[in-house]
Design a protein around this ligand. Structure first.
Ligand code: HEC
Length: 400
């Protein structure tokens, strides 16, 4: 059977029929699933909309995609999907940029308009690895036991012990919240094992209370997860070292406004060769703000001078605000060079943005963190860890 015949047959079976089409196109030049759509969706959608992905439905077969064709076209035209908040005009190109080009959006829309044709499976592209998973997993760790939060905003740190027999360089990680309805964010701190064990033994419940940090002195931070986050792969040739005497203190912020459920969050780690450059996740805390009651478009900026005494290589950024956030950006130096800009903040899609080459922050320069909020409530809002408080925060992934 020729490709055209297959396409026509598929069209005949299509509940969308010809009604969804513009009427003018002939089947032979209308885009088809295998030839035109799959090359886009297998790279930009199916890491989430496929087996094991975080999206609530699959798009990774013709049948599944055909049923959702009208929604797919609408979601890509209105840039709700794929989720990617960073502006193309600032700081990029970023690794794994999922946003679609206008041409790709046009293809998905034309496919829907043309009747969501199947086409010929022989036209399918070679399978591509989804960008949302680690290429290899060396260790999977889980909270030692399930924990049921007891407060509306419950911050708990749990020992997650990699029990390394030799130092490793972590080059990627993937945090999987056990119960997404209560896990608000996760941060992995590096803590000396003895310090963590002593703290953990203070009461009989799992872990320890750790509002706003690890609540013990740490050796740094390995990574973080917030809603919308996926696997993180650090820039090539860099990684974060973990020693044999260190454990991960996994801070989980539980919010139980909607449900009180047990959680057992896990993390997968990927190791490098050991030759990678050491990287650090530097926390930028811009907490000196008061958003007035009913304040619209309230802006706040703080400067973070390079205090290392060397040029710093800035590779990646994880901007973070809560639900009243509207915009957030990082700029650098006297000329305010743009590092990352999120013009339409969405609490549900937070991720780290990694550059392909590092931005070099000179010894005498500073990074500026800029936040804007809308406060619809009748009370002023300040920095705080609670879900109704606000933040103007970023992690910066840097090497010397
Ligand atoms: C990073 C993960 C991820 C990627 C990549 C992704 N999606 Fe989604 N998608 C989701 C999740 C999670 C939801 C449900 C929550 C929501 O609607 O935000 C969703 C919802 C949807 C919806 C229904 C809601 C709506 O806004 O219309 C459509 C349609 C959709 N996705 C299409 C796509 C298409 C098409 C692509 C690729 C071009 C894509 N998605 C890429 C995670 C993803």
């Amino acid at each position: 059977m020729s490709a055209v015949a297959v396409a026509v047959a598929a069209c005949g079976n299509n509940p969308l029929g010809g009604d969804g089409g513009t009427g003018g196109g002939s089947a032979s030049n209308a885009p088809t699933y295998y030839k035109d759509v799959l090359p886009i969706t297998q790279v930009s959608c199916n890491g989430c909309h496929g087996a094991g992905g975080i999206a609530p439905f699959a798009l990774d077969s013709y049948e599944a995609a055909r049923l959702k064709a009208p929604l797919m076209a609408d979601a890509v035209k209105n840039k709700r999907m794929p989720p990617w908040l960073a502006s193309k005009d600032c700081g990029g190109p970023f690794v794994g940029d999922r946003s679609l080009s206008d041409a790709q959006i046009g293809v998905i829309d034309a496919w829907f308009q043309g009747g969501a044709l199947e086409g010929n499976p022989a036209d399918a592209p070679a399978p591509a690895g989804a960008a949302e998973v680690l290429p290899k997993v060396d260790l999977t760790l889980q909270m030692p036991q399930a924990y049921t939060p007891t407060l509306t905003d419950d911050y708990r740190c749990f020992i997650v012990d990699p029990a390394l027999t030799q130092q490793q360089v972590i080059t990627g990680y993937d945090i999987s919240p056990g119960e997404k309805r209560v896990v608000h964010h996760v941060i992995l701190y590096l803590v000396p094992r003895s310090v963590a064990l002593t703290k953990d033994a203070q009461d009989s419940r799992p872990g320890w209370e750790c509002f706003g940090g690890a609540n013990v002195s740490t050796d740094g931070t390995l990574g973080a997860w917030a809603p919308g986050g996926a696997a993180v792969i650090f820039p090539e040739g860099t990684g974060i070292r973990v020693g044999t005497n260190q454990v991960l203190a996994m801070q989980v912020h539980y919010n139980t406004e909607n449900a009180v459920l047990p959680d057992q969050t896990s993390v997968k780690l990927m190791y490098g060769t050991g030759a990678e450059r050491s990287a650090y996740l530097l926390p930028l805390v811009a907490d000196n703000f008061t958003i007035p009651a009913n304040g619209q478009n309230y802006a706040h900026s703080e400067d973070f001078p390079n205090s290392f005494g060397f040029t710093l290589n800035l590779w990646g950024f994880l901007p973070h605000m809560h639900t009243k956030g509207r915009k957030i950006s990082l700029t650098a130096g006297a000329a305010n060079e743009c590092l990352v800009d999120i013009p339409r903040w969405d609490f549900h899609w937070q991720t780290q943005y990694f550059r392909k080459t590092a931005y070099q922050l000179s010894r005498t320069s500073a990074v500026h963190l800029n936040c804007t909020w809308d406060n619809p409530t009748a009370s002023a809002v300040t920095w705080g860890e609670g879900t109704s408080d606000e933040m103007c925060f970023a992690f910066v992934y840097a090497t010397l």
